[in-house]
Design a protein around this ligand. Structure first.
Ligand code: SAH
Ligand code: F3S
Length: 473
């Protein structure tokens, strides 16, 4: 009998940052066991598809992708294929029935069990590992950090909000906060490792509470204070904040800690109170405006981004116009707008009054058309300034590199005779041109002068990107 044990793996990731981190956790566990990542899915003995089910389109793509992976298996029958992520949790057994060559289905809360599941498959089983067992914090050990510029740290898993459109509480389960001491230890570890930017993750990240302390224990404002105080944390970000849970003490953290990035993703979903109510969001548009005003007062340079849904059941022209007015008034630095997509198990499809697809399409286009000049103008204001940029890697064009400002704007700059900066370096760029979605500029340091960022400890700290991870997002 041949040894079917996989020697190599490939993880493909769709969706949000939580999936991105879950893929790093999967890769970490597999590498600990001696499996090596491959650059191409076709070369791997074990292929994992870490899926997203937030909108129907993303889910359909997952199944066509699995179809492609099946072809590899027809050539090399020893290949193992696993469906992970939110589609896995939602479909469970059904996915095994639908895709004959699928070996296993692994839900987001079962990531830590990947090695056991692979072992069961090798013993001839097809495995469904879904549901929400008691969280074991050591499941956050052995993470294969992909890229070298942002260290992601999960602080809250799952979500209890049950917004009527959203499948996430069903796929990621009830909300669970991680302990502060574990979070701080992970942050310190990442800083020792050489990361300069820390990104705290949770579906409702600002609803974090020290577990077991009820309403009286440390909350997210306390946690922010502690993480911002860890020596070496140069940039601190967190996603995703839930507007209703954003307290004045959290706003104060922006004023008190310059290393908390002046950037906040604050999904609003709609500018109409009646739609917000049907979505079950639990806040009014007036309270959202008040929150935005207080954030801008605390940190005038703050850049806000948001998520919007158009074509929510029953959305009238008037309700939509309120969303459009809000987009124009609040001037978001960036915006993610989606057409409503009915999801199984959620409450919104039962509201009836579905909005015509063509109308929803038109509304989406009107949002983008309103946002584009705003972003262009906001970016234009930065032309001529010198900005600190955290290098994220190579640019799309040959001979260019890219990075992010502390407000999370994308900056592209040519090598211009410099040795390439490493992902994670902080450099200064003179901004010369603004586009709607990015800034173009040049490094301010001369190529013939030593670059300070290269002399730092971090430059002597080799870090490995993981070729086995591909993020589609
Ligand atoms: N708190 C989460 C939200 C996850 S869903 C976070 O980390 O971002 C991300 C965004 O997808 C939501 O803010 C919402 O704007 C959009 N979305 C969620 N469900 C949707 C649906 N059924 N149809 C269209 N867009 C949806
Ligand atoms: Fe989804 Fe609402 Fe939670 S958008 S992730 S149910 S906060």
């Amino acid at each position: 009998m041949t040894d079917r044990r996989p020697r190599s793996f490939f993880v493909e990731t769709w969706g949000c940052q939580m999936n991105e981190l879950d893929s790093q956790r999967l890769a970490g566990k597999l590498m600990e066991q001696g499996l090596l990542p491959t650059r191409e899915s076709s070369e791997a003995d074990l292929i994992l598809l870490n899926s997203c089910s937030v909108r129907e389109k993303a889910e359909q793509k997952v199944y066509s992708r699995l179809g492609m992976y099946r072809q590899f298996k027809q050539k090399r029958p020893e290949v193992l294929i696993g469906l992970c992520g939110c589609v896995a949790q939602e479909a469970g057994e059904r996915a095994l029935k639908r895709v004959p060559d699928l070996d296993f289905v692994l839900g987001p809360a079962r990531v830590g069990e990947i090695l056991d599941v692979v072992a069961d498959c090798l013993a001839g089983k097809r495995v469904v590992a879904t549901g929400f067992p008691e969280e074991r914090d050591h499941d956050f050990d052995s993470i294969s950090r992909d890229g070298t510029y942002k260290g992601m740290v999960t602080i809250v898993e799952g979500c209890n909000k049950n917004c009527t459109f959203c499948i996430v509480p069903l796929t990621r389960g009830p909300e669970r906060s991680r302990r502060m001491d574990r979070i701080l230890a992970e942050v310190e570890h990442l800083i020792d490792y050489g990361f300069r930017e820390i990104e705290l993750l949770g579906q409702t990240v600002n609803h974090w509470r020290e577990p077991g302390t009820g309403d009286r224990g440390p909350d997210f404002a306390d946690l922010l204070e502690r993480v911002a105080g860890v020596p070496g944390v140069e940039r601190l970000r967190f996603v995703t904040s839930y507007p209703r849970d954003f307290t004045p003490r959290m706003v104060e953290q922006f004023a008190g800690h310059p290393n908390i990035s002046p950037y906040l993703h604050l999904p609003v979903q709609s500018g109409s109170n009646s739609v917000l109510q049907r979505m079950g969001r639990g806040y009014t548009i007036e309270s959202y405006y008040a929150l935005v005003a207080s954030l801008r007062e605390a940190r005038p340079e703050i850049s806000l981004s948001t998520d919007l849904i158009v074509g929510f059941p029953g959305e009238t022209d008037d309700e939509f116009e309120r969303t459009l007015d809000m987009v124009i008034e609040l001037e978001f630095g960036s915006l993610f707008a989606f057409k409503y997509s009915p999801r199984p198990g959620t409450a919104a499809p039962r509201l009836g009054n579905a909005v015509d697809m063509a109308v929803a399409d038109q509304r989406l286009q009107r949002i983008f058309a309103a946002q584009e000049p705003i972003q262009r103008r906001l970016n234009q204001q930065l032309v001529g300034s010198r900005i600190e940029v955290l290098v994220t890697g190579w640019g799309k064009r040959p001979g260019t590199q890219s990075g992010r400002t502390s407000c999370h704007r994308v900056v592209h700059f040519p090598l211009d005779g410099h040795e390439a900066a490493k992902s994670g370096d902080l450099i200064e760029v003179h901004i010369e041109k603004a586009l709607a979605h990015s800034l173009l500029g040049r490094r301010t340091d001369r190529p013939d002068r030593p670059d300070r960022s290269r002399d730092s400890d971090q430059a002597n700290h080799p870090r490995q990107a993981s070729p086995g991870l591909s993020v589609v997002a």
